[in-house]
Design a protein around this ligand. Structure first.
Ligand code: ADP
Ligand code: MG
Length: 559
């Protein structure tokens, strides 16, 4: 594990004395890649990030690292942007994208220094990346998406190195269980997965539960149960969803009710009881067994409902309420008066359960809309969070692998094969773009080279052996980092979705092209007004000037 003091990372900073802008740009992107190199692959090490406040994060995830460090060099930021894009759009391949982008810039730097014009270089890079995007799907091979083991290998490849092997394998298996449970006709809809993390308990207590798991711990909800007999389970239940708080309305603008006499008090009590009775009557009229309310429910009302056999769950998250609506066909109502038989959902199973000391309500048995919840446990909030990240990566790659039905060999095999093809493609061009295409091939080999390094292999020897295999037609030969040999990656089950590779290579190429084109750097001063404007929005920007990517994911998951 390497320790990085986050604050010192402004070394990737601006160096005004730099004679050549290109040189500075090459160096900036290389410094960034240098930082991530040792985290690549199953033998990658972790980084310990220490903030000025002494907060510590230990991670192996490229995006996690880049999101947290302080980077001032604008070109380094372009590379960081590639990583962020990769992370939010694909969920995997972030480190590879950064390392490749930096190597493409590095190789370009060498050619530019020798007088190759940037436009020729970009032309060559363009030819290379076009060739790659055409070839990737051809190099891919079908997998049996009903084979649990194969899917586990795909998930495992994407998260190896994050934890120890046993933990990665355990989590990969859970992710596959979850994804398989909601797969429909070869499609994976993330809206059907809810993943929750509960700190505490053992990581190995993480589990997949059929149905929607609604957390009752986070809200103040405790089932108010007048008797121990209150059912823990409802089968073929009817559920009602309410959007608004279920309290006694107070006149707006009045802070406290003026009670002048005992009669006033009685009157208020009667009024409240009346309101509560209306709620109970309305819910009973539509035969509700369970009520989910997005906001608060008054305690006396919950008690009254429980006495009438109705389980009341308050402060249900909006997204969960929406999922319940979709899955049960119920419609959330604003006013209790709007609740009619047309608004309730029927025929579901509801169970109150305690999952490792956490009280939850599980709703399952949906007719059409399968729902599955993955409960991730972890000793500390940090472990639970990191588990969530790793699971997201798994879900992404599994979705891609299942929907595509094909995968590429990992372990540097695909990069080595593409490099071989590009070298032969280069000979078909007689201009200077030939050099750029070969440079692209060299850059691709940074992936197997780095993987070899992390495993303590001699990177040059590994590369030579890899090239020999590919030259002999072994197009799926990659690095077995355990034995330090070159073997078939399909046999080794090191499998990656096509889209992950596609995006990491195209993202890296785009960033490199952008950087290569820069021949001068000018400082611009905005008008006074603009400056103020920018300043006032500082909080929404990351320290390096990039807009903070949202915490969420392009697909909707529960918390
Ligand atoms: P990224 O952020 O780019 O996904 P990772 O740390 O996940 O970085 O490493 C991914 C690389 O590790 C890929 O090139 C993948 O093929 C390789 N890899 C994963 N598992 C293995 C394995 N068991 N043997 C060899 N290479 C592997
Ligand atoms: Mg990965």
């Amino acid at each position: 594990m390497a320790t990085h003091d986050v604050s010192t990372h402004s070394f990737i900073g601006e160096n005004k004395r730099e004679s050549s802008v290109l040189e500075s740009n090459v160096r900036a992107s290389q410094a960034l890649a240098e930082m991530l190199r040792t985290t690549l692959g199953p033998k990658g090490l972790d980084k310990m990030l220490v903030s000025p406040e002494g907060e510590i994060v230990v991670t192996n995830d490229g995006a996690s690292i880049l999101n947290r460090i302080d980077i001032t060099h604008p070109v380094a930021n372009l590379v960081v942007e590639v990583a962020q894009q990769q992370d939010t759009k694909v969920g995997d391949g972030t480190t590879s994208a950064v390392i490749l982008a930096s190597e493409l810039v590095n190789q370009a730097g060498k050619l530019l220094e020798h007088g190759v014009h940037p436009t020729k270089l970009i032309e060559g890079y363009h030819i290379a990346s076009t060739h790659i995007s055409e070839r990737l799907s051809e190099l891919a091979r079908p997998i049996d998406t009903t084979d649990k083991e194969q899917l586990q290998h795909v998930a495992h490849t994407s998260i190896t190195g994050k934890w120890d092997d046993q933990a990665s394998a355990f989590l990969a298996e859970r992710a596959v269980d979850a994804v398989r449970a909601i797969e429909h006709n070869g499609c994976v809809d993330f809206e059907r997965i809810t993943r929750k993390t509960f700190p505490g308990g053992s990581f190995y207590d993480s589990t997949v539960v059929d149905g929607l798991v609604i957390d009752m711990q986070e809200s103040s909800t405790d089932v108010v149960s007048p008797s121990e007999e209150f059912p823990r389970q409802f089968t073929d239940a009817t559920i009602a969803l309410v959007d608004r708080q279920m309290t006694v309305d107070k006149p707006t603008g009045v802070g406290a009710v003026d009670l002048e006499s005992h009669d006033d008090y009685e009157a208020l009590l009667a009024y409240e009881t009346n309101v509560y009775n209306e709620y109970v009557e309305r819910l009973s009229a539509v035969e509700s067994d369970v009520l989910f309310c997005q906001q608060a429910i008054d305690d006396p009302l919950r008690y009254m409902l429980a006495r009438n056999g109705i389980l009341a769950v308050e402060r249900t998250r909006r997204d969960e309420l929406e999922k319940l609506a979709r899955a049960t066909g119920a419609h959330p109502v604003q006013q209790i008066d709007d609740l009619t038989v047309a608004e309730v959902g029927r025929g579901v199973d509801v169970e109150r359960r305690t999952l490792n000391e956490t009280k939850v309500t599980i709703v399952s048995g949906f007719e059409e809309f399968d729902q599955v919840s993955l409960i991730a446990r972890g000793g500390t909030a940090h472990v639970a969070e990191e588990t969530k990240r790793v699971l997201d990566d798994c879900f992404y790659v599994l979705k891609l692998a299942i929907e595509d039905g094909v995968v590429l060999p990992g372990g540097g095999a695909t990069e080595a094969e593409l490099a071989r093809e590009l070298r032969s493609l280069a000979t078909e061009y007689d201009g200077r773009e030939q050099l750029a295409i070969s440079a692209f091939a060299d850059a691709l080999e940074i992936i197997p080279k780095t993987l070899a390094e992390t495993a303590g292999m001699n990177p040059i020897d590994a590369l030579i052996e890899l090239r020999t295999h590919h030259h002999e037609g072994d197009s799926t030969a990659g690095l077995d980092l355990e034995s330090g040999t070159v073997v078939d990656m399909f046999e080794q089950s090191v499998l990656e979705p096509v889209y992950v590779k596609q995006r990491s290579i195209s993202g890296a190429t785009e960033a490199a092209n952008l950087i290569v084109r820069i021949d001068d750097r000018l400082s611009v001063t905005g008008s006074e007004e603009e400056h103020d404007h920018e300043h006032s929005h500082d909080h929404s920007h990351r320290p390096n000037g990039l807009v903070e990517s949202t915490e969420g994911y392009p697909w909707s998951l529960g918390h």
